[in-house]
Design a protein around this ligand. Sequence first.
Ligand SMILES: Cc1cc2nc3c(=O)[nH]c(=O)nc-3n(C[C@H](O)[C@H](O)[C@H](O)COP(=O)(O)OP(=O)(O)OC[C@H]3O[C@@H](n4cnc5c(N)ncnc54)[C@H](O)[C@@H]3O)c2cc1C
Length: 323
Amino acid sequence: MLPFHYTRAGDIAEALRILSRDEGATLIAGGTDLVTLMRDGIRAASHLVDVNGLGLDEIHWLPEGGVRIGALCRNAVDDARLRREYPVLAEALRSGASPQIRNRASVGGNLLQQTRCTYFRLPEFACNRRTPGAGCSAIEGDSHLQAIFGASPQCTAVHPSDFSVALQALDAVVLTEGTRGRRRIPVDDFFRLPGTTPHLTTELRRDELVVGVELPGGPLAARSHYVKFRERASYAFALVSAAVAVEVRGGTVRSARVALGGVAAKPWRSPAAEEALIGRPLDEEAAAAAGDAAARGARPQRHNGYKVELVRRVVRQALSELG
Ligand SMILES: Cc1cc2nc3c(=O)[nH]c(=O)nc-3n(C[C@H](O)[C@H](O)[C@H](O)COP(=O)(O)OP(=O)(O)OC[C@H]3O[C@@H](n4cnc5c(N)ncnc54)[C@H](O)[C@@H]3O)c2cc1C
C-alpha cells in the first residue's frame, strides 16, 4: 500500500475543502471495500478523509411521510419501523455480506462500492473501468458473473449492492452535498451505465459526498420484498436479485415496482414487469407474467445465459411470496 495522509473530518465543510484542494483525496467510511482495493493496488489515494465524525449516522422520520437514512448508518441498521414500513430495504441490507462486515460498512459506502468483476479486482488483467482504454478481459474471458442488461463493448461488470436494488424499487433519492451546494438525485440517475466511459460509475462529483438517502413512504413501500439468489446461502453477492413493491386495492394491483440486482452496472428497473402486474390480482399467473416480462430484452454474454432464466424465477418468487 502506498503512503497517504489521513484526516478525520470534523464537519462536512472540512471534508469538502480537502476534496477540492487535493485531487488524490478519497473519502473513507467503514473501509470494507476501499481498504481492500488500496491493499491490492487497485486504487490509490494521497489523502484519506474519514467521514465517520460528520454526524450522518441517524434515521429521520419525515413529518410529511417518508424517511431519511444518513450515509453513515451501518448496513447492520436494525430499526423496527424501517422493517415494518420498508421491508424490502431491511431484507436487502440483511442479505449482504456477514454480520461483522454489516456492522462496519456504511450505507453510503454500499452505494459507492466498486464492482466485484474478477478482472477489475485483479491488476494483472486489462480493465477499462480501472484504466480507461486498457481493454476488457471479461469480453473474451469468463462471463458467468457479468451483466445481461445495459452492458457495452467496453464493460460488462455488474453493481454488487443489494441496498441500491431496494432503493431503486422504492423511488429513493440520493442526497449529496458539495462545494457547489446540495443535490437530490433520483437513484436511477445516480448510477451510470458503462457506455464508453465505464470508469465513471455514478453522477457523484469529485468535490461532493453522499449525506444520505430519502425514501417516500406509503402502501407501496410497506408491501415490498427482496429475494436474492446466490452461490451460497449467505456471505455471497447476488447472481440475480429482485426487489418488488406492490400496492393492491380492491383485489387488483394499482401500482408496482420491480428492480433487479446482479444483472447490470446499476440497479435495473423493469417497467415491463411492472406493467405486466397492473390491473390484475397478485396471483401466480401475474407473478409469472412479470417474471417473463422482466427477462425480455436481456442480452446474455457467452457464459451467463442462466441469468435470464434466473431473472424469470427470482421475480416470480418474490411476487408470489408477496402475494
Ligand atoms: C466479503 C464482503 C462481502 C460483501 N457482500 C456484500 C453483499 O452481499 N451485498 C452488498 O450489497 N454488499 C456486500 N459487500 C460490500 C459492503 O457492503 C461494502 O463494502 C460496504 O457497504 C462499503 O461501505 P464502507 O462504509 O465500508 O465503504 P468504504 O470502503 O469506506 O468506501 C467505499 C467507497 O465509497 C466511498 N464513500 C464512502 N462513504 C461515502 C460518502 N458518504 N460519500 C461519498 N463517497 C463515499 C469511498 O470513497 C469508497 O470509494 C461485501 C463486502 C465484503 C468485504
